[in-house]
Every structure is written in structure tokens, then in C-alpha cells.
Design a protein around this ligand. Sequence first.
Ligand code: DAU
Length: 330
Amino acid sequence: MVPRFPETTIVNLDKLTYAGNLQSLRTIESAPNYTFVHGDICDLDLIQRLFAQYNFTTVVHFAAESHVDRSIHAPIDFVKSNVEGTVSLLQAARAAWSNSDQRQCRFLHVSTDEVFGALGASGKFTIDTHYAPRSPYAASKAAADHFVRAYATTYDLPVVISNCSNNYGPYQFPEKLIPLAIVRALEMAPIPVYSRGENVRDWLHVEDHCEALALMLRQGLNGETYLVGGSGECSNLGLLRLLLTIVDEELDRPAGTSLSLITFVKDRPGHDFRYAIDASKLITELGWEPNHTLAAGLRTTVKWYLANRPWLKAVMDETYRTYLQTQYSV
Ligand code: DAU
């Protein structure tokens, strides 16, 4: 594979917990400028050794426990990875960059719109929306965001924060709504929808998110926050109608086959009603625009999952299947 940034050495640190899988990295693993390190962001000694070895000038902090339902069952895991892990990375960056020209360095913290809480039927999250996290996951990401800003204020660490809406696309672990629905439809198994499926999410293709992050890295201003969202608002039921129609078309099934698998289940506790992003700052200041419409992005995503069944099999091991059964009893 031709590396996207040939002049840059990229070190990917990952703990490879349940949602991480080396199979997802096959297409880049032999790139000459890429190295994989198996490790934990909470391991400060390891992070400091890596800083010493590679002289990093940039940290892109994607690592997180990210699934709301899991945070309801195991909140401490989220405090560990999302809060302690973030502070450990900040601490290592601060130590390594304190004697260098910090203007050459950048700590990009990848966060979520869930820190802003839930919207009613109208309005959007803006750069001025106050933090009001409502799930243990959202609270842990909000705490992490506050630590990032505190390091910028107290130690002049050159940080940029991104708060993004719901992502979808290839390689997403099938616990999130879209890949979960594709997998369940493939297996002709019930598709669990919380409550009546009326909650609204603002869907963004992962490649559009990554383009936004690349812009923030190159052109973002230190200390700034950018909101990322593709104006892809849809109720969960509306989204599943669109998605499952595509699944049936791609599988040559009679229309409505997959839709009939939808099963309404007990609501998620504290389920945020609606998210929607005002991305105007990113658009006007950094020139970002999403390239995927929801309909086209969902189709390429469905095609990807259908063409990558060995990957699906590999990530959906027995542990995960048991989790699914206990979680939804469907
Ligand atoms: O908004 C950004 C956030 O989006 C990210 O920060 C999170 O890491 C990511 O998990 C996502 O959070 P959500 O809770 O919105 O995503 P999820 O795919 O879990 O759920 C999307 C919607 O679908 C939500 O309203 C809950 C509903 N849902 C979800 C699952 C897994 C169901 O109705 N049934 C399900 O089985």
C-alpha cells in the first residue's frame, strides 16, 4: 500500500481490547513508514519510552472505550482508559515537548458530541454549547476534554480538540447500530431497536471524519475546538429503513425481508434523545466538507461488510456473541 503521508513516521499504539483487531490493519501493516506497538495508554513508562525513541511531534489521540451500553455496565473501565489514559498521554507529551519548540508539536484529542448531552426536537450543538454529559461514557470523555484544556492553559501544551457525531463505515465493530444491524440481517436474526426507534443521531462517514482530523492537524489553531458532523440527521428507525432496504437489494432478497427483523426492546437507561452538529466553524475556517451522502455512504458500507465476511467472523468471536445474547436476550 502507498502510504498517505510518506514523509511522516506513524506509530500506532493499541491495546487490542475486544474491539481492536490486527486484521483491521492488514492494508497498512507493511507500509515502510508504519509501526505497530501493542500497549496501553495508561502505561506511562511505555509512553515515555516511545516518546524518547521516536521523538514524536504529533499525537492523535483516538484511543477510548467508546460504547455507551458498556459504560452503563462497567463505568470504571471508562474512567481508566478515557480519563487516566488521556492524562498519561498528556503528561508524556508535556515532558517530551517542554524543551522543544512547541509550535512544531500538536496534541489532537479526538472526542465526541456526547459531552454536550441531549438535544430536544430542534437546535444543534455549537462551539458554545455547555458540557452536560449524561452517560458514564460521555462523562469520561468530558473529563478527558477538560484535562486536555487544563494542560493547554497550565502548561501551554499545543492542543486541538475535535467533537464529532456518530461515525459509520468499514471496520466498525458490530456493537454500534449500523454494523450490528447489517450483521443481524445477514444472519436473519432479530435487530434490537431501543424503545420505538425515535432517537435521532447525526451520521458521518468515517472517511469524512478523518479528512476533518487531517485538516485540524495541518491547519487547526492551537487551543481551538472544532465540531464535526455531516448534517446526516436521521431517527434510528428512519436510518434502519434506509440501511435494511440496501441490505435486501445487495443480497437480492425480497424487499422488506430485513426490515421484518426489527425488534423493539427495552430502552437504554438515560438514552440521549437527539444529537445534531453545527460544523460551520470547521467548514468556514478550515474548508472542510463531507464527501459522502448518507445514502451513498450506507451503500458502500453494506457492500464492504458483505465483501469482508472473514473479517466479520474474526472479530465476532464467541465472547462477543455471548455478550450480545446477554445484552439483548434476542
Ligand atoms: O455521537 C458520537 C457517539 O456515537 C460516539 O462518541 C460513540 O462512541 C458511539 O458509540 C456513538 O454513540 P451512540 O450511543 O449514539 O451509538 P450506538 O451505535 O450505540 O447507537 C446509535 C443509536 O441507536 C442510539 O440511539 C441507540 C440506538 N441503538 C443502539 C444499539 C447498539 C439501538 O436502538 N439498538 C442497539 O442495539
